[in-house]
Design a protein around this ligand. Structure first.
Ligand SMILES: *Cc1c(COP(=O)(O)O)cnc(C)c1O
Length: 233
């Protein structure tokens, strides 16, 4: 049953938090529902989950519309965790509570413009690329520090923190330096006077390591919903 799976993930999160002497209330579980249908998502809501992460804007819109009808008595919160194309900014600002994947100052400015028009303060994270993989998006660590002045100044944005997707390692211990680097980068920004706290890092196979390194949002798909089919990116 999904409820048991959710309990299990929470107890693993709690154990990791305890080990790191952190308070579990500062760590959110984001259920990644790409490739997961609305029926399973409403079961997830019954199991107590409220925050859902999608990598595609259109899929998120469709599911959110269905769930607004089928789950009327809970407010669901949607997060965008996939790359955001410029032509999808407006529907994203309309739907998402938090956009994790802001990877350029230009994209931040475009989101700011649409948020202004829609009368919304849009919560965002800056995505940071800590490896040199071609397939990944994100600011370089240096790029974040250089862009901070420009991005934090935007009036209709709240830059809540940083996000990263590290390279995949069989052994989760090998990912630790990446998560530590993201935390140190956030702390550098804080020491320069920028206000941000969130660290979106950690996925199914390594969220415990991420929590030990300071994650405030872990993005978990497979551990909750099982293996995805290939095409569900
Ligand atoms: C798919 C995805 C996840 C979840 O990955 P799992 O290994 O299934 O937990 C987390 N973050 C991002 C950005 C993703 O695209």
């Amino acid at each position: 049953m999904l409820l048991d799976t959710v309990k299990n993930v929470y107890s693993r999160m709690a154990r990791a938090a305890l080990k790191a002497e952190r308070d579990l209330t500062g760590i959110r579980l984001l259920a990644v529902t790409k490739g997961v249908g609305p029926e399973t998502i409403s079961e997830a809501v019954e199991s107590g989950l409220r925050e859902f992460g999608e990598s595609r804007v259109q899929a998120a819109r469709e599911k959110a519309a269905i769930l607004r009808e089928s789950v009327r008595d809970s407010v669901l919160v949607w997060h965008l965790i996939g790359h955001l194309q410029k032509n999808k900014v407006r529907p994203s600002v309309e739907l998402f509570d938090l956009i994790h994947s802001v990877d350029s100052p230009e994209l931040a400015e475009l989101i700011d413009t649409h948020a202004g028009q829609l009368g919304k303060i849009q919560n965002i994270l800056l995505q940071v690329k800590l490896s040199d993989e071609e397939s990944k998006h994100g600011f370089s660590p240096d790029g974040v520090l250089k862009a901070a002045e420009r991005v934090f100044r935007l009036k209709n944005l709240k830059v809540a923190g940083l996000m990263t997707i590290p390279p995949y390692f069989e052994d989760p211990a090998q990912v630790r330096p990446f998560y530590r680097e993201l935390r140190l980068l956030r702390d550098t920004l804080i020491s320069r006077g920028f206000e941000l706290r969130e660290l979106s890092m950690g996925m199914s196979h390594d969220f415990e390591v991420a929590i030990e390194e300071g994650a405030t949002i872990v993005r978990v798909g497979t551990e909750l919903f099982g293996e995805r089919k290939k095409e569900a990116a």
